[in-house]
Design a protein around this ligand. Structure first.
Ligand SMILES: Nc1nc2c(ncn2[C@@H]2O[C@H](COP(=O)(O)OP(=O)(O)O)[C@@H](O)[C@H]2O)c(=O)[nH]1
Ligand SMILES: [Mg+2]
Length: 325
């Protein structure tokens, strides 16, 4: 572990001056997480805070990748350095079907001002939200102006990923029945901005009207999310999307929301990392497993609650005083 820090510092410096191999190494370190990355993170964190992080979420096939690519190309016209994090579905049940006509952002991968990183959606230490946030930290630290994070689907972990952004964009499409109804749970609250993509298809007005209706109910004084219609495939509406994203960022910076949001994110991250570290520590080796078995082995079946209390006492986490029956 001792050799990782100086190496990582070198990678960071090289990545800052455009070395993509060094950047890729740093990203791998971030994805792996654990003690190694923990050692390296303070130096990455020192370079954080400048990049605008934008999350894109919505149902598979809505055109998120197409939209992200079009938006990235728009940002490139303004000479911004753009990083894209794609969180891929790896579920054996849905993966194959979803990947069928997936857009792969080929137009970005050859541009030296862009970096596209795909991540599998499971298997990483500490979960998806942890991983994508740390990867975004790396991009931020080495000088990317915008970090676009595309998640697939609308599950809780995807929502967690999307909300770990400064601006969260929810992408919907017409013609999917009660799209807005289905989105209500969770997604509606995290949206800073709605995109109704595939506006070349019938039913756009209906989705927009449904959205307007739901947003009416959300009269909580917060920034009212804009609704942008796009045809990502041919770039229609991308300039407006770009304008609305900038507006949101400016609004958040001016109102202090950006700082509040980032502070909340930092606290949430500490909570998550602490939880993970405690769990790891508790179950390191086989000691605890053995102790649980042991505690349960008695002539009479024991209540799991009683066992937990006993274990917590042993760990010194609750006092040994027993209440009188
Ligand atoms: N008609 C139409 N098709 C689109 C539009 N944007 C994307 N698509 C297509 O929708 C499909 C899914 O797009 P993709 O970007 O992979 O969706 P994702 O799963 O949300 O990332 C692809 O075949 C795209 O070419 C659009 O604005 N109009
Ligand atoms: Mg996609």
């Amino acid at each position: 572990m001792t050799s990782t820090i100086p190496r990582a510092k070198q990678w960071q410096q090289r990545a800052q001056s455009g070395d993509r191999v060094a950047l890729a190494r740093l990203l791998t370190l971030a994805e792996r997480g654990g003690d190694e990355f923990a050692e390296v993170h303070p130096s990455i964190h020192a370079g954080n805070g400048r990049a605008h992080r934008i999350g894109f979420t919505g149902p598979p096939g809505a055109g998120k990748s197409t939209l992200v690519e079009a938006y990235a190309l728009e940002l490139r016209k303004r000479a911004q350095r753009v990083a894209v994090i794609c969180v891929d579905p790896t579920s054996p049940f849905t993966g194959g079907a979803l990947l069928g006509d997936r857009v792969r952002m080929n137009r970005l991968t050859l541009d030296p001002g862009c970096f596209v990183r795909s991540m599998a959606s499971r298997g990483w230490f500490g979960g998806l939200a942890r991983t994508s946030e740390d990867v975004a930290d790396v991009f931020d630290a080495v000088g990317y102006d915008r970090v676009l994070i595309e998640t697939v689907g609308v599950g809780q972990s995807e929502i967690d990923v999307a909300r770990a952004a400064d601006t969260t964009v929810v992408v919907l499409v017409p013609g999917t029945g009660d799209a807005v109804q289905a989105m209500k749970a969770g997604l509606m609250e995290v949206a800073d901005l709605f995109v109704v993509n595939k506006a070349d298809r019938p039913g756009v007005e209906r989705v927009v009207a449904e959205l307007e209706e739901v947003l009416q109910l959300r009269a909580d004084g917060a920034h009212k999310p804009a609704i942008v219609q796009t045809v990502a495939m041919n770039g229609e509406g991308i300039d407006e999307l770009s304008r609305c994203i900038d507006e949101h960022r400016e609004h958040c910076a001016a109102s202090g929301q950006l700082a509040t949001r980032r502070a909340a994110r930092a606290a949430e991250k500490v909570r998550r990392l602490l939880e993970q570290a405690l769990r790891d520590r508790l179950f390191a080796g086989k000691g605890m497993e053995r102790r649980i078995e042991e505690a349960l082995q008695s002539s009479e079946p024991r209540s799991p609650y009683a066992v937990v209390r006993e274990l917590l006492q042993e760990l010194g986490l609750v006092s040994k005083e027993t209440r009188k029956p």
